[in-house]
Design a protein around this ligand. Structure first.
Ligand SMILES: C[S@@+](CC[C@H](N)C(=O)[O-])C[C@H]1O[C@@H](n2cnc3c(N)ncnc32)[C@H](O)[C@@H]1O
Length: 193
């Protein structure tokens, strides 16, 4: 078990899961609601308890994958939704994943990674997406911590980071955030270049 797996396991075991809102967040839910193609192959990286995966699956999207370095939230999801395909619960390091997806949904995974990994995150997302694929989700638009997750950032920085490999279709303060994050997160939609 490496440092990161131990670190995140500890968070789940000790209940230090302040990021976990317990349900699919409104911006992601509304984005999912307007998707019509139920065959989309979708990845939720650093998905944790992944209420988004549950929501997608119950809406009829059957090609939904969750990757997490900690097996604990994956087991929680398997217990909550026994019919969710076990082979789509990937206990692995996101950076070591080899596959390709139509859509990747981001929520509090980017901010969990050290800022030194941001370039690698953008490159890996690009690699994991099919040619017309999209990376969609939420990013904090506030500074947050310097030494431990969650790490913050801002729109200028994110635009610079992602514009090399993605067309930025949207990156705006979310109008429909859950109350504790209102005004502090950007909803973004990136298309792979
Ligand atoms: C802040 S939590 C967010 C969980 C979930 N996205 C949510 O919104 O509830 C970050 C998650 O990323 C996972 N994680 C951290 N580094 C990872 C990596 N390199 N590969 C896969 N998962 C990772 C952690 O185990 C944790 O579940």
């Amino acid at each position: 078990m490496n440092f990161y797996e131990t670190f995140w396991n500890h968070k789940y075991l000790s209940g230090e899961t302040g990021w976990d809102i317990g349900y699919v967040s409104t911006p992601i839910k509304e984005y999912i609601n307007q998707l019509s193609d139920k065959n989309l192959k979708i990845l939720i990286p650093g998905g944790g308890n992944s209420y988004e995966a549950e929501y997608l699956f119950k809406k009829g999207f059957k090609n939904v994958f969750v990757v997490d370095i900690s097996s604990i939230p994956l087991m929680n999801l398997a217990k909550r939704v026994p019919s969710f395909p076990k082979e789509n619960l990937l206990h692995a390091d996101f950076f070591e994943l080899e596959d390709s997806f139509d859509l990747i949904l981001e929520q509090t995974f980017f901010c969990a990674l050290a800022p030194s990994l941001r370039e690698a995150y953008a490159n890996k997302m690009h690699q994991l997406l099919k040619p017309e694929g999209r990376l969609v989700g939420l990013l904090f638009n506030i500074p947050l911590n310097d030494d431990k997750p969650p790490f913050g950032g801002n729109k200028v920085e994110y635009k610079k980071l992602f514009s090399k490999k993605f067309k930025i279709e949207k990156m705006e303060i979310a109008y429909n955030s859950v109350a504790p994050r209102a005004g502090n997160e950007l909803f973004f939609r990136l298309k792979r270049r």
